[in-house]
Design a protein around this ligand. Sequence first.
Ligand SMILES: Cc1cc2nc3c(=O)[nH]c(=O)nc-3n(C[C@H](O)[C@H](O)[C@H](O)COP(=O)(O)O)c2cc1C
Length: 222
Amino acid sequence: MAEQPAGNTDVFEIMHTTRAMRRLRPDPVPDGLIRRILEAGSAAANGGNFQRWRFMVVKDPAIKLAVQRLYKRAYDETIGPRYRSAAPPPGVDAARYARQNAAVEYLTEHYHEAPVWIVACLDEGSSTPNRASGASIYPAVQNMLLAARALGLGSTLTTRHLLFEREAEAALGLPPGVHSYAILPIGYPMGRFGPVGRGDLRQMVFGDRWGESWDGLAAAGG
Ligand SMILES: Cc1cc2nc3c(=O)[nH]c(=O)nc-3n(C[C@H](O)[C@H](O)[C@H](O)COP(=O)(O)O)c2cc1C
């Protein structure tokens, strides 16, 4: 798929071009656009429609910097060495993987400079988080990423702050029982939107029995 212009509403094009946009301009983003992103998030599926999600819109430079320090420490101590020694993922060649790693490093240094963050949280009270918890917040997160893309804004789903969860959530001022599941740094992208790199569906899809190919892929011209 060719590079796509910003400001698009075709849902399939949006999905195929919502890639991690890690190089963001510091220019302010109008609150009206952030509101539209939040509305898209709150339209998502969630368990029992209990809507235990809470979204913090963070612009305060001191809060962002405090979390960025933890985000960078997690990169320096754990994530960076792991990424540098990993093989490129499916559908991504070595050159693209090197560009991805450079962008990851860039975001690590500039995380706090994104003009707006949306911190996606769940108010879980005393219940223990499980897979259903994540399933009740990440659809909202994905809706927000798609909405940002549709509005010409860049973002990335980030969770690395969770390596220092307690300290990061204290810096964010979350009350007891509320946990963060993702931070979306949002801003106007420096670069252009383009297609995501993913592997071959035939490696991921089985029909009827695990490991068996699904003939629908061939029938659909795949
Ligand atoms: C659970 C999860 C956590 C992620 N955490 C981070 C993160 O902390 N920092 C980051 O730069 N990207 C993060 N990402 C983005 C992935 O690295 C990105 O989706 C992947 O490399 C594919 O990139 P693309 O969508 O641009 O093709 C995360 C993605 C997911 C789904």
